[in-house]
Write a protein that binds this ligand. Structure first.
Ligand code: UFG
Length: 319
């Protein structure tokens, strides 16, 4: 397959691109490098510098069978401070990309949606039928694109799949998380373990959970990438499907930090800070639909594996 991967220089996108290259697909990465890294684009993938907004012009003359669309702004706090940026980058950009698809020959698209579309859930584990009530502009932007894809599919113009990621962690093929600034728990804790930060704060310990800290469902980035390949194979023109991707098991922030201490054999300086605005208490996925329809079963469900893989890549990068 000839596959266009937007955002293929980012953490998840580069690993999706690598898995596609490994499985013999012809991959082109489109990325504006606003947050991604040129050296994360796998050898064997073509690279085009630019925004998804300009896909039609930048990719004129190229033909694709399918698109994996990950290019987006993805910081929840930033989306609250600057919602217009999320409308422009995520919603307008996706609309322009979708408008360019026919000219590029592609009739299948896999989209990186998010657990953030659900907001504060009524019930866990969260199924795809749960009400989508985002509590921040980031989640709202992902939900808007899910709606756009559903509409395009119903018009018979596209086969689309929205993958709603829960909390992604780990590394694959030497590629790990490299955000600047970093806001995610696992890389922050690993940087603290390595002495790159003095320590870290737990954002609230008064949630209604077993130890008072937020519960999240962590999924290994390589398992997540595998779901994209399965979704590409099963995307059917005229149809839009949504899948939640997690392991169905929740870990509290404290449990994650204990796992980091165990894997790294270092102790962390941890303080308790205030809650972070917009953090739901518990987010755990039901991925039963992905299992039955995509045949997708995570191969690396252990949080220790995710942390160990991320740790190895962080150490290698620092050496
Ligand atoms: N946390 C801390 N201290 C830190 C960093 C995080 O206590 O220094 C806590 C957060 O409050 C949260 C948990 O660790 O309870 C996980 O936080 P992350 O920032 O790692 O991940 P989120 O759950 O906030 O975000 C993830 C994705 C987002 C997505 C969101 C859906 O990264 O893209 O899930 O809610 F929008």
């Amino acid at each position: 397959m000839r596959v266009l991967v937007t955002g293929g220089a980012g953490y998840i996108g580069s690993i999706v691109a690598l898995r596609l290259v490994e499985s013999g697909d012809a991959v082109t990465v489109l990325d504006d490098l606003s947050t991604g890294h040129r050296d994360a684009v796998p050898a064997g993938a073509a690279f085009v510098l630019g925004r998804v907004h300009d896909a039609a012009e930048l990719l004129a003359g190229r033909r694709f069978d399918a698109v994996v669309h990950l290019a987006a702004s993805s910081l929840v706090a930033e989306s609250v401070a600057n919602p217009a940026k999320y409308e422009e980058n995520n919603v307008v950009g996706s609309r322009r990309l979708v408008a360019a698809l026919a000219g590029l020959g592609a009739d299948r698209l896999v989209f990186s949606s998010s657990a953030a579309v659900y907001g504060e859930p009524d019930e866990v584990p969260i199924t795809e039928d749960a009400p989508a009530r985002p509590v921040n502009p980031y989640g709202a932007s992902k939900l808007a694109v899910d709606g756009l894809l559903a509409e395009q599919a119903s018009l018979g113009l596209l086969g689309a799949v929205s993958l709603r990621y829960f909390n992604v962690a780990g590394a694959y093929g030497g590629l790990g998380e490299r955000h600047d600034p970093e806001s995610h728990l696992v890389p922050i804790a690993l940087e603290a373990a390595l002495g790159l930060r003095p320590g870290l704060a737990i954002y609230g310990d008064d949630y209604p959970t077993r130890d008072g800290t937020c519960v999240r469902d962590y999924i290994h980035v390589a398992d997540l990438a595998a779901a994209h390949l399965a979704a590409l194979e099963r995307a059917v023109p005229g149809r839009h499907r949504v899948y939640n991707l997690g392991n169905g098991t929740g870990f509290t922030v404290r449990e994650v930090l204990s796992a980091v201490e165990a894997v790294t054999a270092r102790s962390l300086e941890v303080t308790i800070g205030p809650r972070r605005a917009g953090d739901p208490a518990v987010l755990v996925a039901s991925s039963a639909r992905a299992a039955s329809e995509l045949g997708w079963v995570p191969e690396r469900p252990e949080i220790a594996t995710m942390i160990a893989d991320a740790w190895r890549v962080l150490l290698a990068r620092r050496s």
